[in-house]
Design a protein around this ligand. Structure first.
Ligand SMILES: CC(C)(COP(=O)(O)OP(=O)(O)OC[C@H]1O[C@@H](n2cnc3c(N)ncnc32)[C@H](O)[C@@H]1OP(=O)(O)O)[C@@H](O)C(=O)NCCC(=O)NCCS
Length: 163
């Protein structure tokens, strides 16, 4: 499996894969216009970094690495912090470490760019994602929890990078 930056001709399949992954979750994850934002890979790639996991020439997973608070994709980031958003792996490729590898790629990029923390939000229904974050050493940061849309509470997790 290779993890690399997405190419423009791949944006449509990344959009489909990401929406399908979120659609499979319990809870109202696509409400409040979020489906449109998940589909807008072009805008994310302009202000952040869209990474893909590729296996045998097919995209099996994607994630958005947010380099800092100035990015339009930033969600409650402070100076020196990077973010991880919109992690998704296709159902057929799950439970084989693809999601973990995508999150690790974001952590590596943050470290290379000298960030001191990686921040993300998840929801109570994202059990597999939570398993990944806890396994990698992310910790809860309840002060950054928020509710963007009624019925969709976002739980904050952060990963501190050694200076
Ligand atoms: C979250 C997601 C990306 C994980 O992808 P993946 O490639 O299967 O992830 P990995 O194989 O690296 O790890 C998944 C871990 O979750 C565990 N897991 C899978 N389903 C689970 C569940 N329903 N409850 C708890 N843990 C679960 C796996 O056993 C594995 O843990 P392990 O390594 O200790 O065995 C994928 O499930 C997905 O796209 N979900 C929908 C979108 C989503 O929730 N995104 C998160 C945004 S914050």
């Amino acid at each position: 499996m290779e993890i690399r930056e997405a190419r423009p001709e791949e944006y449509d399949s990344i959009a489909e894969l990401t929406v399908a992954a979120y659609q499979g979750l319990a809870g109202a994850h696509l409400s409040g216009g979020y489906e449109g934002r998940l589909r807008d890979v072009e805008s994310r790639a302009a202000g952040a970094v869209v990474l893909v996991a590729v296996e045998d020439g097919s995209i099996v997973g994607a994630v958005t690495y947010v380099p800092g608070p100035q990015s339009p994709s930033a969600e409650l980031l402070d100076e020196g912090e990077a973010g991880v958003r919109m992690l998704a792996v296709g159902p057929a490729a799950r439970r084989r470490g693809v999601g973990t590898a995508l999150v690790l790629a974001c952590i590596d990029q943050a470290r290379r760019e000298g960030r001191h923390r990686v921040c993300l939000h998840t929801t109570p229904w994202m059990s597999a994602a939570r398993r990944i974050y806890e396994k990698l050493g992310f910790r809860r940061d309840p002060e950054r929890d928020w509710v963007p849309v009624p019925g969709v509470p976002l739980l904050s997790f952060v990963f501190d990078l050694a200076p």
